[in-house]
Write a protein that binds this ligand. Structure first.
Ligand code: NAP
Length: 259
């Protein structure tokens, strides 16, 4: 299927590795020019070079922390008038419900709620003026089914989900389509870190922690960044214009729910 977005420009945040990189790769494969971002420049430049060489698209890189005001200003200055926005940032650390104080919550809200909102506020007006735009927010399975040790993530991402639910309906009439992608466990550094937490707290090997988690997923494995990117590219495509404010779960069936 031709996704109908060749020649468009996308900002993909936090995209040197993992799910963000999967989204960047899938968009580039459709001929979309990219602005990519991460805090570390080595992996970012490596990813950008590989994408330029594999897909022949223009890739601009911005080394910056997307969760800070200065970082966002640098990224937005380089991005200019993009047609597609994929918001993403690292996830908050796991812990117990008693562990976190106000500063921890402010950090999580900044990273996983207020940063995507600031990016949408900066870029969606231009998309509305031009009559076409796509936004995909990478959130988490935790907004549908809480992950008990990820209380900071559960809280901050629920806030973003509420904001998107209303906002997506306010802008859809101008051709701007906003949806959220909810990853369950995917084979990235984040999954390795989460498995590390289980390995430590339960005194089991990393392999055992992974096998244990895989047994909870109906497809019996972790998702891949490529699968995730393909779903993102579809939501950014010319064909997604009637899909508004949805929360698409990509979890291999792990969430046991009818709807
Ligand atoms: P990952 O493999 O750890 O990759 C994170 C990427 O984001 C890297 O490119 C990293 O590069 C960049 N990044 C992190 N913090 C950033 C910041 N403040 N500013 C700019 N770039 C930043 O993570 P992932 O698995 O792709 O996860 C992406 C998001 O999905 C996270 O919020 C995670 O919590 C969520 N999620 C993931 C899973 C999963 O199973 N993988 C499941 C549910 C939710 P630098 O470190 O160089 O900045």
């Amino acid at each position: 299927m031709d996704l109908g977005i060749s020649g468009k420009r996308a900002l993909v945040c936090a995209s040197s590795k993992g799910l963000g990189r999967g989204c960047a790769e899938a968009l580039a494969a459709e001929g979309v020019h990219l602005v990519m971002n991460a805090r570390g420049s080595d992996a970012l430049e490596e990813a950008a070079a590989a994408i330029r060489s594999d897909h022949g698209v223009e890739v601009t890189t911005v080394t910056a922390d997307i969760t800070t005001e200065e970082g966002r200003a640098a990224v937005l200055a380089a991005a200019g008038d993009v047609d597609i926005l994929v918001t993403n940032a690292g996830g908050p650390p796991p812990g117990m419900w008693t562990d976190w104080d106000r500063d921890d919550f402010i950090g999580a809200l900044d990273a996983n709620m207020l940063t995507p909102i600031a990016l949408m506020k900066a870029l969606v007006p231009g998309m509305m003026d031009r009559g076409w735009g796509r936004v995909v927010n990478i959130t988490s399975v935790s907004v549908k089914s809480p992950v008990a040790v990820l209380g900071l993530s559960n809280s901050a991402r629920a806030g973003l989900t509420g904001y998107v639910a209303g906002t997506s309906r306010q802008v859809a009439g101008k051709g701007v389509i906003i949806n959220n992608l909810l990853p369950g466990i995917h084979d990235t550094d984040r999954a390795t870190a989460l498995d590390g937490g289980v390995s430590k707290s339960e005194g089991i090997s990393m392999e055992a922690a992974r096998t244990k988690r895989e047994a909870t997923i109906p497809v019996g494995r972790y998702g891949t960044a490529a699968e995730f990117g393909a779903a993102c590219a579809f939501l950014c495509s010319a064909h997604s214009g009637f899909i508004v404010g949805q929360n698409l779960l990509l979890d291999g069936g792990a969430t046991n729910a009818t709807l």
